[in-house]
Ligand binder design. Sequence first.
Ligand code: NAP
Length: 258
Amino acid sequence: MSDRKAALVTGAGRGIGRGIALALAKINWDVVINYRSNEKAASQTAKLVEDAGGKCIVVKADVGKNSEHSQLLEETLKNFGRIDLLVNNAGVGPRQRLDILEAAEESYDEVMAVNLKGPFFLTQLVAKKMIDLVETGVVETPRIINISSISAYVSSPNRSEYCLSKAGMSMMTALYANRLAGHGIQVFEIRPGIIETDMTSGVKEKYDRLIDEGLTPIRRWGKAEDVAQAVVAIAEGNFPFSTGEIINVDGGFHMKRL
Ligand code: NAP
């Protein structure tokens, strides 16, 4: 078994997840790059990780389907012999932004499955294994990080299902942090603000303008690397007496201002 630590990052083919995978590789972690359908992007992430001197595997699995979770954990253990970190990053917005009065059941189910139900049950599966690994001395302080959003508390009635899923993820963070602390497992939530990825490419002009006008005290788009640096700080154990903690990576957006 390797002495190197291993992380499972969901949705690591593109965007924020890719940034996280790469940042972990740069601190010598082994990384499981999960993706759902864009194989080419996932292979590019793997290449970037390898070019940075990291070791990784790529695993295709739909986080929204509980039946596909066990292979994620099995492949992690088979290849790296341990799991020190789960990053619940995979997420989707609604295919179509519709007013809450028109919101459709299929969209609600799809967004909730990927953003909340999937992470909830994947965490359950991984947490049980982490408990075993702590008890058998294979890992010391495993950690779980949930990538939520400012949408956990900002009301956007034109993507209500997304906001609900992220608000649910915040409670999920508190629930698992509470339950797992006694087993030496820490759970954190990172709340990104407006981050430049494929997810926000369709609303780029709108946010360019809002940021110029002062929407965020730090007047720039967030980058995947900004989120990844927060993940690395947690992964390296810099918050030993914290759990259930929320870290805003949003250019100061969350502050009430006058
Ligand atoms: P993105 O650029 O759209 O990338 C999403 C990644 O998640 C892709 O790798 C995608 O895989 C994967 N994915 C989607 N559904 C999946 C599923 N069912 N199973 C497995 N993987 C799946 O998104 P992003 O902007 O990086 O967002 C990452 C996370 O940050 C999400 O949870 C999002 O809600 C959150 N967030 C983003 C922002 C922002 O401004 N961008 C702000 C706050 C929070 P494929 O490549 O195979 O499609």
